[in-house]
Design a protein around this ligand. Structure first.
Ligand SMILES: Cc1cc2nc3c(=O)[nH]c(=O)nc-3n(C[C@H](O)[C@H](O)[C@H](O)COP(=O)(O)O)c2cc1C
Length: 277
């Protein structure tokens, strides 16, 4: 996140980016009110590389003041920053790196533009509702599984789907090496399975949550899932942090009813169709 100060006032950019905290002095002059409301020590430290920003001023920012999730993430950012000495002794001031307009403005502007686009993308994706799946595989008698929403139907003839897996995940290389995976579409009440496979539990411990079995395909699958879709990797594409695997479907088990677990806007829920008429 970045505070931008210009001759007229102050703005907050990339408010959802909690991985960095900077201050961009867009003109040489910082209005007195901005300095006294936001900066510990006013303009005293502006010649240096960092200033101390008042936490309460940041927390009171516009609509974010009432955004409980944002406030919580800020608390987490501050807790993390404490470990690096980026919070002063009072615990109420956050150290912001000063971005010098004269020398680094173009690079910051470029970086900021792409970071803003990435932030906007995340905000847009919060509107993309998706069924929650657990993708599993098995290599050398070890089961791997992660929660995933980047799963899409790709082709019906022949049946194929696409899953997008972060290369840093534990399942990525086993899928690449074995060329086999199973997509387990979760049922509406399987929040705990979703949580276990998205980081609450690690490794094979995850498979203690839910009724997992290993069948003829030698892949772990969730018996009570909405569907188990067994795939062979047909093709893959690396892009940035992820690999998109095209899975040729080899076998399917479907539950009789349809009531899947859906993820939207950072929360779990289920689909409700509109009353007919
Ligand atoms: C709702 C939800 C959807 C997710 N979708 C994906 C996804 O599509 N692809 C992916 O690589 N990770 C996705 N993740 C993140 C992984 O589940 C998470 O990073 C997991 O802990 C990785 O497993 P590992 O810790 O064994 O590497 C998602 C997480 C959640 C909560």
């Amino acid at each position: 996140m970045r505070i931008e100060v210009n001759a007229n006032g102050i703005s907050l950019r990339e408010a959802q980016n909690f991985s960095s905290f900077g201050i961009f002095l867009n003109s040489g002059r910082v209005p007195e009110t901005v300095a006294s409301n936001w900066l510990e020590g006013g303009t005293r430290d502006l010649g240096g590389q960092h200033v101390w920003v008042k936490e309460e001023a940041l927390r009171a920012w516009g609509h974010l003041h009432e955004d409980a999730a944002w406030q919580e993430r800020l608390t987490a950012m501050i807790d993390k920053a404490k470990g690096y000495g980026f919070i002063d002794e009072s615990g109420r001031r956050i150290r912001a790196h000063i971005v010098n307009p004269g020398t680094t403005a173009p690079a910051v502007a470029d970086g900021a533009a792409s970071r803003e686009l990435a932030d906007d993308f995340k905000v847009a994706m919060r509107r993309l509702a998706a069924t929650v799946s657990v993708i599993t595989t098995r290599e050398n008698d070890i089961s791997f599984g992660i929660t995933a929403t980047a799963v899409s139907s790709f082709c019906a003839e022949p049946p194929a789907l696409i899953v997008c897996i972060n290369r840093s995940t534990s399942i990525h290389d086993p899928v690449r090496r074995t060329g086999r995976f199973c997509v387990n579409l979760l049922a509406a009440e399987q929040d705990e399975v979703c949580n276990a496979f998205s980081g609450k539990l690690k490794g094979e411990e995850r498979f203690n949550v839910g009724s997992w079995v290993t069948g003829e395909h030698r892949l772990p699958y969730l018996e009570t899932a909405q569907a188990n879709i067994f795939c062979r990797v047909e093709s893959s594409l690396q892009y940035g942090s992820h690999t998109a695997f095209v899975g040729a479907v080899e076998a399917i088990e479907n539950a009789p009813d349809i009531r899947t677990l859906v993820y939207q806007n950072g929360t779990l829920g289920s689909f409700a169709s509109r009353p007919a008429g």
